[in-house]
Design a protein around this ligand. Sequence first.
Ligand SMILES: [Fe+2]
Ligand SMILES: [Fe+2]
Length: 153
Amino acid sequence: MNSTISPPLAWSDSLLLGNIGIDDEHAVLAECIGRLQSARDEDLALALDEVLAHAAKHFAAENALMLDTAFPPRDCHIKEHEAVLSSLGGVKRRLTHGDVEVARRLADELASWFPAHVQHLDSALSHWLCKLRYGAKPLVLRMGRKSTAESAS
Ligand SMILES: [Fe+2]
Ligand SMILES: [Fe+2]
């Protein structure tokens, strides 16, 4: 049974940062997290694997951008990525032993964590990259649709 507390995370243009590569990967990750929140018990392991695979790939790409450009606050950002991957791995192990509730809690925590991470740490990275490439802030055009995280608050 799905006992998720929060509404499933959905991508919205409030999460756009103005870096096409990062934005595209965030859209996929948001959808993966939303699917994990909505998954039936029997589908949780597969949904968690999808989140883990995409998060690992995306975090590695961001980490490389931060290291390659000597992004000043890279250490704390990289540590946060590592902490999330560690949590995902730990929950995956517990889920193999039948701990469904810990996976449900993780799904809701990810749905709360993701928009905050995007709007704070990833936003700073996007600004940094844009400044390096173009000497200006990113230009983001939003259509005004709110994310599920904003609608719920
Ligand atoms: Fe990100
Ligand atoms: Fe990040």
